[in-house]
Design a protein around this ligand. Structure first.
Ligand SMILES: Cc1cc2nc3c(=O)[nH]c(=O)nc-3n(C[C@H](O)[C@H](O)[C@H](O)COP(=O)(O)O)c2cc1C
Length: 348
């Protein structure tokens, strides 16, 4: 057993970039590091089944990372021999830990009883975690939601995590049924902090410094995992660090966001095995649905960017809304459907 605590700074809460499929690939991690970055990365999930082999593109985010930031490899699956085999394969790479995904709500994943779908079968989770605990020599961590249908299921899960002495737990504090549509449930994270000796990381709806601090105040968590908030605002990790170190933080203006989008385009384009501009516009739109939140009052930027098809139109729209030196809104609009319920963290 290797404590996750040794990956986290001792003088302040830890900061982790959330794993996000098709987002947190090698170029995204490198860029995140350039913008101040987290203390730990977690890979996109490796799909594990009887015939699987670790996906080469995801392996590159470990072997070619080059940022100096530790990388935990995440697996998703339900077949115990395959998970054990894959954990062994992944440990041949320079990983800081192996993480098990118990949270993905995608119907295609849940139908196979993997990810969040496994939360319906605590006995199965018990067996999987027991087998992985025996095989993982490095840190063994879990990322879960607070239940499948209801957070009343959470105490049973905590009992399993306690029994197998996992090295770290990240909680996206919603149920699988909640998807992304609800506010998060900090009391469940506080329960985990009280019950487990390992570091517990709070996840969900950290969009700025105040929402991050609200999480920590309400839960005593050892750190924060940040996903969509770091796509929208890659300065978020350095802003939190600046807060804890008593420094003033960078306040991004329109041109900074334009530069972020341009870097994302360039770095992720160079990572494509075969670059196709139109497909790349479609990929960029996935980032933009978060970045656009709050750029203008009426949501016109988001509306227009959804409709572009070409590289030229994409950047023309970006320049129209972002070629300026005024500060961009620090938070998404409270009505944002991409960040549902984030303001409730502040009012709790
Ligand atoms: C596009 C996307 C892809 C995701 N892929 C993964 C994944 O591969 N593994 C995982 O554990 N969670 C995944 N998640 C969930 C995030 O890690 C995180 O738990 C969730 O977005 C809530 O955190 P946030 O509010 O900071 O974004 C994904 C989320 C998004 C939006």
């Amino acid at each position: 057993m290797t404590p996750v605590r040794s990956l986290l700074p001792s003088h302040r809460p830890g900061l982790i970039l959330a794993p996000m499929q098709d987002v947190t690939d090698l170029p995204f991690m490198r860029l995140a590091a350039r913008y101040g970055g987290p203390d730990v990365f977690v890979t996109e999930y490796f799909r594990v089944h009887r015939d699987s082999r670790p996906e080469a593109q995801i392996v590159r985010s470990i072997t070619e990372n080059g940022t100096g930031t530790p990388v935990i490899a995440q697996m998703i699956g339900e077949d115990i021999p395959s998970l054990v085999r894959t954990a062994g394969e992944l440990q041949r790479y320079p990983v800081a830990g192996i993480d098990l995904n118990l949270g993905c709500p995608a119907p295609i994943v849940c139908r196979k009883d993997a990810g969040g779908g496994l939360l319906r079968y605590p006995d199965r989770i018990d067996a999987i975690i027991g087998a992985l605990r025996d095989t993982v020599q490095t840190r063994f961590t879990v990322k879960c939601r607070v239940g499948f249908e209801s957070d009343d299921e959470f105490p049973r899960l905590l009992g399993i995590f306690q029994k197998h002495a996992i090295d770290g737990l990240t909680i996206h504090a919603r149920t699988v049924r909640d998807g992304y549509r609800t506010a998060v449930k900090p009391p469940r994270v506080a329960d985990a902090v009280a019950a487990l000796p390992c570091p517990v990381i709070a996840n969900g709806n950290v969009v700025d410094v105040p929402t991050g601090l609200a999480w920590l105040r309400q839960t005593g968590a050892a750190g924060l995992m940040i996903g969509r908030g770091a796509i929208r605002n890659p300065w978020i990790f350095s802003q939190l660090r600046a807060h804890w170190e008593g420094r003033s933080a960078h306040v991004p203006v329109g041109r900074d966001v334009l530069a972020w989008i341009t870097s994302l385009w360039e770095e992720t384009a160079s990572f494509q095995p075969r670059f196709e501009p139109q497909k790349h516009v479609a990929k960029m739109k996935k980032y933009l649905c978060y970045i656009s939140q709050g750029v203008d009052d009426g949501g016109q930027f988001e509306f227009e960017i959804r409709r572009v098809r070409t590289h030229e139109d994409f950047f023309a729209v970006c320049r129209t809304y972002l070629e300026h030196d005024a500060a961009v809104a620090p938070t998404p609009p409270v009505t944002s459907t991409m960040f549902c319920g984030f303001s409730e963290l502040l009012s709790a």
